[in-house]
Design a protein around this ligand. Structure first.
Ligand SMILES: N[C@@H](CCC(=O)N[C@@H](CS)C(=O)NCC(=O)O)C(=O)O
Length: 219
């Protein structure tokens, strides 16, 4: 045994606080992971206001984006994919991402596609929120809609297993949940395979329904 191997391992900083509203699709991904990994009692969800200059979120994540996970040693982790990977490892479960390098990278790529659908949908919503009606660009909206639709078509053609909760199914379910909530694109009629998939995933994974977006708050 080498001297290196006998040295004590540093304690792993524990996750303490999740900065996110209950309406963020990316925050919802992390909240589902927290449930699945049995970490709910350990992590407090503290809402953030991304438009408030005085919100400490901007000191925690200079991008001013949520979710942001705060560890007990002061470390701030973002974005949602980084947070979920950390929680998966920290919990000792290693349940949400496969271990082999290529399988893991492919799963992360599928998750990135699902997140990209949510990103584009969010930008469509922000177009209406941040611009005066006369400034809204139909060209920009169509550009983002194309990303959503190509992403949905690809996911529809290669559905993840609805009976498995992992980084891909969590990310896809949260993207579809956001589309259902904000409706920047009508998807249910056009992608029936995805409609069936979401129904099956919601039946398989109770944390999906448990983290539904409250109707009254804004994302
Ligand atoms: N890639 C990021 C996306 C996070 C994101 O866009 N969050 C939105 C809320 S759903 C946000 O904080 N928006 C505020 C802003 O862009 O200023 C992740 O996966 O966490």
């Amino acid at each position: 045994m080498t001297a290196r191997a006998t040295q004590p391992r540093p304690a792993k900083p524990a996750p303490r606080t999740l900065r996110s509203t209950l309406t963020s699709p990316f925050g919802r991904k992390v909240r589902i992971a927290i449930e699945v990994l049995d970490l709910a009692g350990r992590i407090e969800v503290v809402p953030a206001d991304t438009r408030d200059e005085g919100d400490s979120l901007r000191a925690q994540n200079p991008l001013g984006k949520m979710p942001c996970l705060l560890l007990d040693d002061g470390t701030a982790l973002y974005d949602s994919r980084v947070i979920i990977e950390y929680l998966d490892r920290w919990s000792g479960r290693d349940a949400l991402l496969p271990a082999p390098a290529l399988t893991r990278a492919v799963a992360q790529t599928r998750a990135a596609l699902a997140d990209g659908i949510a990103d584009a949908a969010l930008l469509m919503v922000y177009e209406g929120r941040f611009r005066e009606p006369a400034q809204i660009s139909q060209v920009w909206l169509a550009h983002q809609r194309g990303k959503v639709e190509r992403g949905l078509a690809e996911m529809s053609a290669n559905l993840p297993d609805a009976n498995v909760t992992d980084i891909v199914s969590i990310s896809l379910a949260c993207a579809l949940g956001y589309l259902d909530w904000r409706k920047p694109v009508e998807w249910r009629g056009r992608y029936p395979a995805l409609t069936g998939w979401l129904e099956a995933f919601a039946a398989h994974e109770p944390a999906f329904n448990a983290t539904r977006m409250p109707q009254e708050v804004t994302a």
